[in-house]
Design a protein around this ligand. Structure first.
Ligand code: CA
Length: 436
């Protein structure tokens, strides 16, 4: 049986326009996007909104003929209650938002609920109970593996089982929260004894974050066919890493303090509904690669489990900021070309032993680097393990991040015949370490 493709509807129509004029200019947030987030402004406490052009439309006070369950979920200070609703209700909300922000008849009554994004403060969109980070970026895994095992970069399990580890939810912050250089234990090269001090190999990791929608019960795995119904949407995730701490501490239990000091999440959740036009074939496995085991195999997922998202990372060093220069692009990659395992496969695998995922949980994809070195989503790759400083093109070089460096991620979903939608930004600036 040929799988039926996910079907765009009139909310995705490229000709649909908004009465919010800034949505009709070059923007990440045209009427076709309608991402969900949490913002506050002065005396207005954290509340749910959608980004439209350069504005935020406040959804917390709305009564547009919505179901009572949607209305009460929209009054919460996080998106958890909303994302716990069945996907049919999220779709109903999208239809209402699309109608309200496109039909000029609503402009007068709804304009008072718009706030300029640049005066609002953004918050984490969901309360994140648990965070798991995967390692699905095969080009990242291969390039990093090559630094240690030139002839055999990928470990034997990589193509059979989605690799991941349990991360730390408490230290995830919304974009623009400063990132303090962590202290930690390292074994410097040639040294006989470890030392404690600031990391010297601070890095970024360019990732997508999948926000879990409806939960599953403990002991009730989610099948690969059901997986899409449990996804609320995607954000940009910077999984900051201290490579020197990692090298010393990771055996035998895997990453620990090298990863848990801080992660940054973009404020807008791009809903799976908004991403429908951008779904397509998952990465094709190379001839000779093993087939995934049956519980990770699904014809629909292979045909439409990919998502065409172009990712970029930029750096603005202190020198660039002082001179008023624009940031410099470090890399550009494309999610589907990077992901050896799909979103459905990681979600399914996570629950396959009986683990329950809860609404608002965050699954990181792992660093999404492309096949070329210039498409590397980390400095570890761009500087080849710190051996070849990366040329920023302005007279500056980077092996790893320095204090004052600001890293920002952007992403755009693109498909022929559809309006491009963006993710906004995920930003973080490196602050000096605390004193030892
Ligand atoms: Ca990571």
């Amino acid at each position: 049986m040929t799988p039926i493709p996910p079907k765009p509807d009139h909310t995705h129509d490229t000709n649909l326009t908004s009465w919010v004029l800034s949505a009709e200019t070059e923007t990440d947030f045209p009427i076709q996007n309608l991402p969900l987030g949490v913002f506050s402004l002065n005396e207005l406490g954290p509340r749910i909104g959608t980004a439209i052009g350069d504005q935020i439309f406040d959804l917390s006070q709305l009564d547009l003929g919505m179901d009572q369950t949607i209305k009460s979920a929209l009054k919460q200070p996080t998106l958890n209650a909303l994302f716990a609703l069945p996907s049919s209700q999220l779709k109903a909300l999208r239809l209402i938002l699309s109608k309200s922000l496109s039909d000029k008849a609503y402009a007068e009554t709804l304009s008072p609920h718009l706030y300029a994004q640049n005066i609002c403060q953004m918050h984490l969109p969901v309360h994140i109970g648990d965070y798991t980070d995967f390692y699905v970026g095969i080009h990242h895994a291969t390039r990093v593996g090559k630094l240690f095992r030139p002839d055999n970069p990928l470990l034997p399990n990589y193509k059979h089982v989605p690799i991941g580890y349990h991360g730390r939810a408490s230290s995830i912050t919304v974009s623009d929260t400063p990132v303090v250089r962590p202290l930690g234990q390292t074994l410097p090269p040639e040294a006989l004894e470890p030392i404690f001090g600031p990391t010297k190999r601070l890095d970024f990791e360019l990732e997508l974050g999948l926000i879990i929608g409806t939960a599953n019960e403990l002991g009730s795995p989610i099948s690969i066919h059901e997986a899409p119904q449990h996804m609320a949407g995607l954000c940009l995730l910077n999984d900051w890493s201290a490579r020197d701490l990692q090298a010393w501490e990771y055996q035998p239990l895997g990453p620990f303090l090298a990863k848990n000091f801080h992660s940054s999440l973009s404020p807008w959740v791009i809903t799976m509904e908004a991403l429908v036009p951008f779904r397509g074939e998952a990465l094709k496995r190379a001839v000779g690669d093993p087939n995934p085991l049956p519980y990770l195999t699904d014809a629909y997922d292979q045909a439409f489990g990919g998502v065409t998202i172009k990712l970029e990372a930029h750096i603005k060093t202190k020198a660039m900021a002082d001179q008023g220069d624009d940031p410099i692009r470090l890399c550009q990659s494309q999610a589907t070309h990077a992901m050896y395992w799909t979103l459905s496969q990681i979600l399914t695998h996570h629950t396959s032993g009986g683990c329950n995922l809860r609404t608002g949980d965050l699954l990181g994809t792992g660093t999404l680097s492309g096949p070329e070195t210039s498409q590397s989503g980390s400095l570890l790759e761009l500087s080849q393990g710190g051996k070849h400083p990366f040329d920023l093109g302005n007279g500056e070089f980077r092996r790893f991040l320095e204090d004052g460096d600001e890293i920002s991620f952007t992403a755009r979903a693109e498909a022929k015949g559809f309006k491009t939608i963006g993710f906004g930004e995920c930003r973080g600036k490196i602050m000096p370490a605390r004193s030892v």
